[in-house]
Design a protein around this ligand. Structure first.
Ligand SMILES: N[C@@H](CCC(=O)N[C@@H](CS)C(=O)NCC(=O)O)C(=O)O
Length: 211
């Protein structure tokens, strides 16, 4: 069968999740940079979102579905545990992070506060940032509790649960208010600092804006 193609932008946190997962499994892929709602993406995702995947005749959208296919179709370390409780706990964290943590930190703080104004060469949106910070802080506090006394969110090895929070924490440490909030949570900061050194995480860091 032909190589797997991952379609999406290198700056997307969800695309980064998939790319980290492929790297951790040791499965090579062709990366096809594409923006949301571009023709390549619209051909696969009904809402034009990224990431998308193509593998021969197989097309998939949604990061969790792509990662599940990866984990079940290819050899390499299991990213979703085989046991019922471990698999459920991984699912629990992915669902929570995608529906609660990502909206709070990425969609309501990083993107409208910094990324969109930056693309228009405008100053950060202070009103948006101030409104978002209480929830950013709350989410970081929840993750602090989840990783206290643990190296991994679930069980005693890397899983898709950890992979789903790495890009969000990378977004949090990049901007001053959320970086200051992270500094209040020593276990979360230590967890992030440790895992940020993984080649899969380092090698998928989004390009920084010019200037
Ligand atoms: N639930 C989707 C979310 C994907 C998503 O929201 N991707 C963003 C980029 S990080 C996107 O395509 N945004 C464009 C839009 O919402 O129209 C997944 O897990 O793949």
């Amino acid at each position: 069968m032909s190589a797997v193609e991952i379609i999406g932008s290198p700056v997307s946190s969800y695309v980064r999740v998939v790319r980290i997962a492929f790297a951790e499994k040791g499965i090579p892929y062709d990366f096809r940079p594409a923006a949301p709602h571009s023709a390549d993406v619209d051909a696969i995702h009904p809402m034009g979102k990224i990431p998308c995947m193509r593998h021969g005749d197989i097309e998939l959208f949604e990061s969790k579905a792509i990662c599940t296919y990866l984990d079940k179709a290819f050899p390499g370390p299991k990213l979703i545990p085989d046991d019922a409780l471990g698999a459920a706990q991984v699912e629990q964290w992915i669902s929570f992070v995608n529906t609660v943590t990502d909206p709070a930190i990425i969609r309501q703080y990083v993107v409208p506060g910094y990324i969109i104004p930056g693309m228009a060469q405008k100053a950060p949106d202070r009103a948006c940032i101030e409104a978002a910070m209480p929830n950013v802080d709350k989410q970081l506090g929840i993750l602090e509790k989840a990783v206290t006394g643990r190296t991994w969110l679930v069980g005693d090895t890397l899983t898709l649960a950890d992979i789903n929070i790495f890009p969000i924490l990378a977004g949090a440490v990049r901007f001053p208010e959320s970086a200051a909030a992270m500094a209040k949570y020593p276990n979360l900061k230590a967890y992030y600092d440790l895992h940020a050194q993984r080649p899969s995480v380092r090698d998928t860091a989004p390009p920084l804006p010019k200037g």
